[in-house]
Design a binder for this molecule. Structure first.
Ligand code: ATP
Ligand code: MG
Length: 404
């Protein structure tokens, strides 16, 4: 098979491909971008594989960055873009189920394609558009089958992360796991315990937000992989409930975690520990901790101004959108409007500051200042007070109490 025209994203890398070839090396487009082009999906990064060794790649281009030189990856910087150029390699003797003991650079494309995870990820495209298909990846692409390259038992035993990758590809692409590939995942699911949470997290999020999450999650549960993921050992049913939420692909990571936490029915004080176990960022944890109670609230009633104010515009919109997964119609324009018309958008908008209170109220400096400001803030947002200095000072005088 041959691509009639190279996609634009590939054309941008043609000068790099030509330079490598003219120096006597082989060069191919490989990996996810080839798969996605053949599926007519948008592509993100273009990966190039070459027979040139890293030092040879570096000598051929003016601007390069060592991004993973030990693994053979050199980033080549052109005026328009950057491309990862990786030397053909094999990976030998995996002893700990996760990282190859050593990476060996080789001159053979076949060896390089052989170490890749799935047949649909083991295709290469030459500079003239020829598709090199040594493992029948094209048939699997056509039949929507996800199949390990070679013996699946060996491949998952070598690198257990591939099991999570398989499940996330099911969710992203809507492909079916080939029987033996599934059986091997089931057999080795406990090896996931050997993989770092950070790496599982990346694949798990892709699994949650894929367009075919129902299928991906069903396989995640059926293969029992979930039992070796943080905080999910007993969560089979909750995961299937999550899978059954109807609606389009979940747009963002924080929305996915919010829905998952909802279905796990975690208590408020269990949310942060769960997400910490997953090594989520502090920002994400902060957002989800706000979104979960907000969504529970919104499922039952309209926003009130105080709840909306506390959430902020972005989180409120993000939360409102999630109603659709519970069969309710989100009303984003209304959220925007109500938010826009709030009397305040932050404490900075309040017509008095702490220094004003200190001046007007004869109390020594203390926590009462902040407490009074918060009291005024809520009263203004709930329209019990006007945001005018006089009115606020008067209210502050009756509220402020010296702190013991
Ligand atoms: P995405 O579109 O999400 O980037 P991808 O297939 O490009 O998907 P990458 O992690 O970018 O995934 O990896 C690029 C390629 O490297 C894969 O297509 C596959 O050929 C190979 N690969 C990546 N991870 C593994 C692995 N754990 N074992 C074997 N091959 C892998
Ligand atoms: Mg990729």
């Amino acid at each position: 098979m041959r691509l009639e025209t190279l996609p634009l994203e590939f054309q941008g890398a043609l000068p790099i491909m030509r330079t490598l070839q003219q120096a006597g090396f082989e060069a191919y487009y490989v990996g996810g971008s080839v798969r996605d082009i053949l599926l007519n999906k948008p592509i993100h990064d273009v990966d190039i594989a070459t027979s040139a060794f890293p030092a040879e790649v570096k000598s051929l281009f003016q601007r390069t960055i060592d991004v993973g030189i030990d693994h053979g990856t050199v980033m080549v910087v052109t005026r328009e873009d950057t491309y990862e150029v990786t030397t053909f390699r094999t990976e030998s003797t995996y002893q700990d189920y996760r990282r190859p003991d050593s990476v060996e650079f080789v001159r053979s494309l076949k060896e390089d394609l052989k170490r890749r995870d799935f047949t649909i990820n083991a295709l290469a495209v030459g500079i003239d558009g020829t598709v090199i298909d040594l493992f029948d990846g094209l048939v699997d692409l056509r039949n929507k089958v996800l199949r390990a390259v070679g013996n699946p038992y060996e491949r998952f035993h070598e690198d257990a992360l591939r099991m999570m990758r398989a499940l996330r590809f099911v969710s992203q692409l809507g492909f079916n796991l080939e029987n033996e590939t599934f059986e091997a995942i089931h057999e080795y699911h406990s090896l996931l315990a050997k993989i770092s949470v950070e790496r599982i997290n990346v694949e798990f999020v892709k699994l949650l937000i894929g367009s075919f999450r129902q299928a991906g999650l069903a396989s995640f549960v059926e293969s029992e992989c979930y039992e070796y993921c943080p905080g999910l050992r007993e969560a089979g049913e909750a995961l299937l409930r999550f899978a059954d939420l109807t609606g389009p692909a979940i747009p963002t990571e924080r929305q996915a975690w919010t829905l998952l936490v909802m279905e796990l029915r975690l208590a408020e004080n269990e949310i942060a520990p769960f997400l910490k176990e997953w090594k989520c960022s502090n920002q994400l944890i902060k957002d989800v901790r706000q979104m979960v109670p907000a969504l529970a609230f919104r499922k039952k009633q309209e926003w009130d101004e105080w709840t909306l104010y506390q959430l902020g515009r972005e989180l409120a919109l993000s939360t409102e959108y999630l109603l659709r997964y519970y069969g309710q119609e989100p009303n984003l324009p209304r959220v925007r409007l109500v938010y826009q018309n709030l009397p305040l958008h932050s404490l900075k908008d309040l017509a008095v500051k702490g220094s004003d209170l200190l001046q007007e109220i004869t109390l020594p400096r203390g926590p009462w200042i902040h407490e009074t400001l918060q009291h005024l803030e809520r009263a203004v947002v709930e329209r019990r007070l006007e945001n005018k200095a006089d009115a606020l000072i008067a209210a502050a005088k009756t509220f402020a109490q010296p702190n013991e």
